[in-house]
Design a protein around this ligand. Structure first.
Ligand SMILES: Cc1ncc(COP(=O)(O)O)c(C=O)c1O
Length: 318
């Protein structure tokens, strides 16, 4: 990034091309199967814009748009974009194991978009690979499927798998990834999606040109060229998470089994006053997720940050 300062004022086309080349190689797809985004949040917004909308509008020539189907709870951003687009939103509660209830999501869908967040935010839980593979294979071609793999690098369960290899066989499948999580680039803004060329070409006209800047592009390239970064990030997260969850369990607090870089802790009482109590002691935890009113979402940080959290936890809760 230091080296790129002298060029950062330019339009980013050449840098974007280089990153697209690397991502195509990394994911074993063609360059025309990749769309970069200003964070994967832009990809989610674009998908809501292109594939969801009022069903009645279909009769007026916007066929291919429809209901937004999501899990409850999940990452809400896409749901708000779909609503702003006039789409109906159908929320399907997670299963008792906190997996997506794929048969119910399929039943709620029409020509619109089904959003599957795997691992899921805010529960850090996964939807098992066989169920997801089956669901993608059976979904009608006119229903678009967006699988958000923002937390893909953290998942180590044998029951987890990326659906990236399925893109070649399913024109309705879009896989979103981000540089904001394991690569630690959240403030720089860079994400992307992979889909078949025809699907990318349906989305591209809705995107502003050059939405990812040079600094983000060079940082993403540097991340991909650093062989140790993912391994190290994963190891640090696993170790720190094990430390945190061990301490919590010793105090009698359980969590939803986490396959991401955050945990959902069962506080055994309403979380809202606790969030405030932590804030007053300079510890910022996740917001309320209304479907899980007794759960607190905690991001895994450095070990020293987790120690600070646990010290406040002991004062406030235990
Ligand atoms: C599941 C999920 N998808 C997408 C995003 C958006 O990330 P970004 O726009 O930084 O890539 C987030 C951010 O927290 C997320 O949790």
């Amino acid at each position: 990034m230091d080296d790129a300062f002298s060029l950062a004022w330019r339009y980013p086309d050449e840098h974007a091309d280089l990153l697209i080349d690397s991502l195509a190689k990394l994911n074993g797809v063609g360059r025309d199967q990749i769309l970069l985004g200003d964070g994967s949040g832009e990809i989610l917004k674009l998908c809501a814009e292109v594939f969801t909308g009022p069903i009645s509008a279909n009769r007026n020539g916007t066929a291919g748009r429809g209901t937004m189907v999501v899990a409850e709870p999940t990452f809400e951003a896409i749901l708000n974009h779909a609503r702003a687009n006039g789409a109906e939103v159908s929320k399907v509660p997670l299963s008792p194991t906190f997996a997506h209830d794929l048969p119910k999501m399929a039943a709620a869908a029409n020509e619109g978009l089904i959003y599957v967040c795997n691992p899921n935010n805010p529960t850090a839980s996964i939807t098992p690979k066989n169920d997801l593979r089956d669901f993608i294979a059976k979904a009608p071609q006119q229903t678009m499927l967006l699988v958000d793999e923002a937390y893909y690098h953290y998942a180590d369960s044998p029951d987890y798998e990326s659906v990236m290899p399925m893109v070649k066989d399913y024109r309705n499948l879009i896989v979103a990834r981000t540089f904001s999580k394991i690569y630690g680039m959240a403030g720089l803004r860079c994400g992307y999606c992979v889909a078949q060329r025809e699907t990318i070409e349906r989305i591209r006209p809705y995107q502003p040109w050059d939405s990812v800047n040079i600094m983000a592009l060079v940082a993403a390239m540097a991340s991909l060229n650093d062989n140790d970064q993912v391994t190290k990030g994963r190891r640090l997260n696993t170790e720190t998470k094990a430390f945190l969850t061990g301490e919590l369990e010793a105090m009698g607090y359980k969590q939803i089994s986490s396959q991401a870089n955050f945990v959902m802790i069962d506080m055994k009482r309403p979380v809202v006053p606790l969030i405030q109590a932590f804030k007053e002691r300079d510890v910022q935890v996740g917001r309320l997720f209304p479907a899980l009113p007794n759960h607190m979402r905690l991001t895994i940080g450095k070990k020293s940050e987790m120690e600070a959290f646990l010290s406040v936890f002991r004062q406030v809760v235990a």
